[in-house]
Design a protein around this ligand. Structure first.
Ligand SMILES: [Zn+2]
Length: 132
């Protein structure tokens, strides 16, 4: 399948020739800050299926510890993807266009969610990370 995504202003666009996998939502304070939201919504992508179509020069990278980073549009601020040691690791689901035929399979770090967030019933959730 082909999946397209773009930032809020539309200058940064990408294409994935393949499927997203391992979609999850992280509710800890770090995910909330990184995604400016109640939680992250993120799925992994195989690096060889991912390609920037436009605006790659507008990307800014925030490098965090342990090799993980985030890339966002310097024009509009949308966070588009996560990186690991410089390679694409996954995409933020909010920037994916259309139906990527994926569902968030688990909600993690729900034990440290924001006090104001109401979790939906019947979702798979873990107080901390998923069991190994
Ligand atoms: Zn943008």
């Amino acid at each position: 399948m082909v999946i397209n995504g773009e930032c809020f202003c539309g200058k940064v666009t990408y294409r994935i020739d393949g499927k997203l996998r391992n979609a999850r939502s992280g509710h800890c304070s770090r995910c909330r800050k990184a995604f400016s939201s109640q939680a992250s919504a993120y799925a992994e992508v195989a690096p060889d299926t991912f390609k920037w179509l436009s605006g790659k020069d507008l990307l800014t990278t925030y490098q965090s510890k342990h090799g993980f980073g985030l890339q966002f549009c310097s024009q509009c601020g949308s966070t588009l993807c996560g990186t690991y040691r410089g390679d694409i690791h996954g995409v933020t689901l909010g920037c994916v266009n259309g139906d990527a035929e994926i569902e968030i399979g688990m909600h993690i770090f729900v034990g440290s969610k924001a006090t104001w967030e109401m979790m939906p019933e019947h979702v798979v959730q873990f107080k901390e990370g998923p069991p190994v």
